[in-house]
Design a protein around this ligand. Sequence first.
Ligand code: GLN
Length: 450
Amino acid sequence: MSASEAVTDALRELHARFAGVREGRQADYIPELTRSDPDDFGLALVSMDGHSYSAGAADTPFTLQSVSKPFVYALALASLGLDEVSRWVGAEPSGEAFNAISLEPGTGRPANAMVNAGAIVTTALVPDSREQPAFGRILTCLSRFAGRKLDVDEDVHGSEAATGDRNRALAYLIRSTGTLPVDPVAAVDTYFRQCAVRATAVDLAVMAATLAYGGVNPVTGERVVSPEVAAQVLAVMATCGMYDSSGDWLLRVGLPAKSGVSGGLLAAGPARFGLAAYSPLLDASGTSVRGHAALGALSERLGLHLMKNPALPGSTVTLVTTADVLPSAPSGRLARALHERVGVVAAQGALDFTAAERVLYALDESGSEDADPVILDLREVTGADSDALALLHAGLSRLAREGRRAAVVDPGDRLGPPDLVRERTGQDLPRFGSREEAAEQCARAVAGPG
Ligand code: GLN
């Protein structure tokens, strides 16, 4: 027994709630997929610390099918960049089924990389050389997202290769437009192979968590793609990942997601969780019925909807006061009086742009008079991103120009290296190990010598 079992219990509850749903049917246009067990139902969740939770058939392997698409898109983006990839495949929801013939009139460019036409182009764009064949790169990439070596279900691959005329037809149509610098027809078999890569619901949750964690696999710690590529992929998943039900999914579930016709479904809560479900019974758009229900309920239960403001109000600034509350006030009447006017602002946690704005606002609130010195205590700050730092530096620079003295308590150098701070703020910001030292120094500095 352990406290974190409560997370598993939440998954078990959802599993029990939806396991009895018998609606939907297995995909049969790839005959081998009908051999899956329609009762199988697994759920998995992986946190940004790489903690993994699951319920039901979360270790049952199935083929990725369309769940492979966002990850191969990530590989193409990482190899060629967004501008080049966007020349050949768009980023607009098609509003059509996954296997629709959705090619832009005139250019023949597929609407997005989540429908089959766009995915075939995406696969064709993956660099292919004798030393490093495209499929080898794809399998390595998928494996790094999952954090373990994945393999191909040869029977499913053979089954789709034998019946995949519609996808071949799409590839011929794309080739007929004559603009693509690579051959989409030759890429179809590679596409079938990537669709036949085998994984479990737990693997899918790790893959989603890697996108949610800005491209770093939270279980292995390996950086798989850049934060920019991870964001680009999540954006396309949000608008196009669920085909012609993408709008409704974003409205109700509120997460970037991707489904596949074998019954796999994953969703990413950016900076929060990777979620996944497996259940082979599909609705009309090719999405797992139980998976859809369970991830929808989970998103609601955990408050994961993207459009709900995740920032907790007031969680950044922990103290706005004057230094006279500190235990050791400097002696001397003048020094003490000034000490009473030294403002203190303490911040905590991770600072992003939003949090940095709170800190700057608190600095303004902290003094009764414009010239009163202020101490910014950053000891409880765990990190700051570059946007937050730039804003803090700019704010401190304004204070300096307005003649307000500032000192920071920053033994961990959260404000960045002294050289950068000097350059950005135009001053040698005094840094201290404790609030008392900083307050004393501020009071004495204002009181002047003697
Ligand atoms: N391999 C499948 C196909 O191309 C993938 C489709 C899907 O999962 N939606 O038809």
